[in-house]
Design a binder for this molecule. Structure first.
Ligand SMILES: [Zn+2]
Ligand SMILES: [Zn+2]
Length: 274
């Protein structure tokens, strides 16, 4: 099978809401014709105790060991990374512990909410985001980009998820567009790739909506105009989802003329020849 695409956003059982381990994903990746696989389990953030969807601090070393042992299975290069919930006060920990002490290959930046204050910002909510929340989301996401710590930003358009509850226009208000613009301009200024996260297609089907809540078309149209480079990742939480819904994402990339990138054997960004 000729290689076409690799996934760099993959979770394991250690985050408590995904299944399997790095070796299982490596075997599945090989069966799908992939030659690289990026593990990016949900990272522990300083101060957390038994976080329901993050790895605990005491399993991190085992996670890294499992990724390293999986490297080379069926010829697949396995990279070890972590998906970090952005908070400015945690950047030095992420840098020193994950990249330093643990020797991880790359970090992924995400905004899943406001640390310790899910009631203020929760992109998984079914309540529409107001202007304040959009401003806060954009501010946090720009922080990811400006930190220079993360190899790429995950699902930058996740803020579209609560927006879909608004009537008629799927919530794409002028405020949503300016949130997108802030993120995209920062990514452009820092030449940082952003992720088209295909897990949103399944979330869209679950809600019975016609247009994807993410990847959010309006966002990626703006990204294309700014020549933002993109990764297509599935955000796999199970073996069955390792390549889930990549076709509509490829169609979006082709249609909008987006430039796709992946990570190389060292975890650095490389452009993909389609
Ligand atoms: Zn995420
Ligand atoms: Zn994820």
């Amino acid at each position: 099978m000729t290689h076409r695409w690799n996934n760099f956003h993959t979770h394991t059982f250690r985050c408590k809401h995904a299944e399997k381990d790095a070796a299982d994903y490596a075997r599945r990746a090989a069966a799908l014709g992939m030659n690289r696989l990026g593990m990016s389990d949900h990272a522990y953030s300083p101060g957390e105790v038994n976080h329901p969807t993050h790895m605990d601090l005491d399993v991190i070393a085992d996670y890294v060991r499992a990724c390293r042992e999986a490297d080379g299975i069926c010829g697949v290069r396995v990279l070890c990374g972590a998906e970090c919930d952005y908070a400015p006060e945690d950047l030095s920990f992420f840098r020193e512990y994950y990249l330093g002490e643990m020797g991880m290959d790359y970090l992924v930046g995400s905004v899943h909410g406001l640390k310790n204050h899910p009631e203020v910002l929760n992109p998984f909510s079914t309540q529409p985001f107001g202007t304040e929340q959009l401003l806060l989301y954009a501010q946090l996401y720009v922080g990811i980009i400006e930190s220079g710590l993360f190899t790429f930003g995950a699902h930058p358009d996740l803020f579209g998820r609560p927006l879909d509850t608004a009537e008629n226009h799927m919530g794409w208000t002028p405020e949503a567009a300016s949130c997108a613009r802030e993120i995209i301009e920062a990514a452009q200024a820092h030449n940082m790739p952003l992720e088209i996260n295909t897990s949103g297609y399944a979330r869209t089907r679950e809600r019975g909506l016609a247009a994807p809540i993410y990847p959010r078309r309006e966002f990626w149209e703006m990204a294309a105009e700014a020549d933002i480079r993109v990764l297509i990742n599935t955000d796999a939480h199970s073996l069955a989802c390792l390549d889930a819904d990549i076709e509509p994402a490829f169609a979006l990339v082709r249609e909008l003329g987006l430039k796709r990138v992946e990570l190389d054997d060292a975890g650095k960004i490389v452009e993909v020849e389609e």
